[in-house]
Design a protein around this ligand. Structure first.
Ligand SMILES: [Zn+2]
Ligand SMILES: [Zn+2]
Length: 98
């Protein structure tokens, strides 16, 4: 029989927090993060933060516009234009369908 693991392990992360709906403590969060990074690397994937940076939506698209909003930063001219263009297209297709 396996001994029960405590905080600062991935087992603890699930058993002591997730399964019981208790906020995750620092050591458990770190253990889970380290596990995820290892797992992603083993699968030939980038860690979550690098992955997110790599797939950041470029400016001048609706995705880029949302990225600015999410980061609570001012939207740039390209993104505002991209978002307005998308909105116009959306309105046009709506009218065409009606
Ligand atoms: Zn914990
Ligand atoms: Zn932008």
């Amino acid at each position: 029989m396996r001994t029960l693991q405590g905080h600062g392990t991935r087992a603890g992360y699930y058993r002591l927090h997730i399964n019981q709906g208790i906020p995750v403590c620092g050591p458990c969060r770190e253990a889970n993060r380290v596990y995820n990074v290892k797992r992603r690397r083993a699968a030939g994937m980038l860690p979550a933060d690098e992955f997110n940076a790599a797939r950041r939506a470029p400016c001048g698209t609706a995705g880029g516009y949302k990225r600015h909003l999410k980061a609570s930063e001012p939207t740039c001219i390209e993104c505002r234009a991209g978002n307005a263009r998308r909105h116009r297209e959306y309105m046009r297709t709506r009218r065409a369908a009606a």
